[in-house]
Design a protein around this ligand. Structure first.
Ligand SMILES: [Zn+2]
Ligand SMILES: [Zn+2]
Length: 319
């Protein structure tokens, strides 16, 4: 399944980390094979590939499972305990509750304290190791480059085995444009049956930032604009008919809603950067033909009311 929509951050908002943000996510439920892990990672990579993003790094890790992680966890506690004074306040709290999270703390003190810390991949049980080797083999077969990153952890107990991130380093400290992993314990923890799952999420604001940095955001198509200046109710009626026809063809067609004089309306036509102005005054009503003024070169032409929309559309097409 996939989803796309608004998410709300509980943590304090920061630059580029908004209270409300947008996320695209994909989840595979019910598959425990490492093949599902490789498929999900490959799909994440393919999405970025299709968007044209370059210079992304895929980081992968295995964080074990409930058989092997407790021993590793204890190793980490033993490692950090003598250095507890170097850790930030958050990590001091994490030390006994969630020591894995210390490894991905961005504070300088914690980063320094983490140097030489035991790595999970050295403590994986046979089953976890076999799965991790399989994921790596499948990725290699698919021609997907990756870096094994033992510091990539998901610090919650329901996460198991594969963890991965796709990073765009120029984004700086918050360089991950996609994060994912396996969460075989989550459904059960939430009160459901024991169902394995793996998925990822892409933060759309950060993705847009990366796309912008690589000039991959297409320029919006500029719509054509027409201003209809009219004086008196009879003229307005001819005007709104033309406006309606033009709008139904995707042309931005503006009319005065503030009872401006004809002169004031023409001024507004210039200000609004209209391609054409359509003028309907008393002369035009008599002739049953509007004055169509090309605002770019000043050329004017009388066009019968019934033909104005058609005339403008063909003139815009040839522009
Ligand atoms: Zn820390
Ligand atoms: Zn294990």
């Amino acid at each position: 399944m996939f989803y796309i929509g608004s998410m709300f951050r509980y943590d304090r908002p920061q630059a580029g980390r908004y209270r409300e943000f947008h996320q695209f996510g994909l989840e595979v439920l019910g598959a425990s094979s490492p093949l599902a892990d490789a498929e999900v990672i490959a799909m994440a990579c393919e999405i970025f590939h299709k968007l044209g993003l370059k210079d992304l790094d895929l980081h992968i890790n295995s964080i074990g499972d409930k058989n092997c992680r407790p021993a590793y966890r204890q190793k980490l506690i033993d490692f950090f305990m003598p250095k507890v004074d170097q850790l930030c306040d958050d990590c001091k709290e994490r030390l006994l509750k969630n020591p894995l999270r210390i490894l991905d703390c961005k504070e300088e003190g914690c980063k320094a304290a983490s140097v030489g810390a035991p790595v999970i991949t050295d403590y994986l049980c046979e089953d976890c190791n076999t799965k991790f080797e399989a994921v790596k083999k499948y990725l290699t077969a698919l021609g997907i480059d990756y870096t094994v990153d033992p510091k990539l952890v998901r610090g919650l107990d329901y996460y198991t085995n594969t963890a991965f991130e796709i990073q765009y380093p120029p984004l700086g400290a918050q360089s991950a444009v996609c994060g994912g992993g396996r969460y075989d314990g989550l459904v059960e923890e939430m009160g459901g049956p024991s169902i394995p799952g793996i998925g990822f999420a892409i933060g759309l604001e950060r993705l847009l930032l990366a796309l912008e940095m690589q000039n991959l955001i297409p320029a919006p198509q500029s719509a054509h604009k027409v201003y209809i200046a009219s004086l008196g109710q009879d003229a307005v009626i001819e005007g709104i008919k033309i406006q309606h026809l033009l709008r139904s063809e995707g042309v931005i067609a503006e009319m005065d809603l503030q009872d401006k004089s004809l002169k004031g309306q023409m001024k507004q036509a210039g200000k609004s950067k209209a391609d054409f102005a359509i003028i309907i005054g008393s002369n035009e009503l008599e002739e049953k033909a509007a004055t169509v003024k090309n605002m770019n070169n000043g050329e004017q032409k009388q066009v019968p009311f019934d033909n104005v929309a058609e005339y403008i559309l063909s003139a815009l097409k040839n522009n």
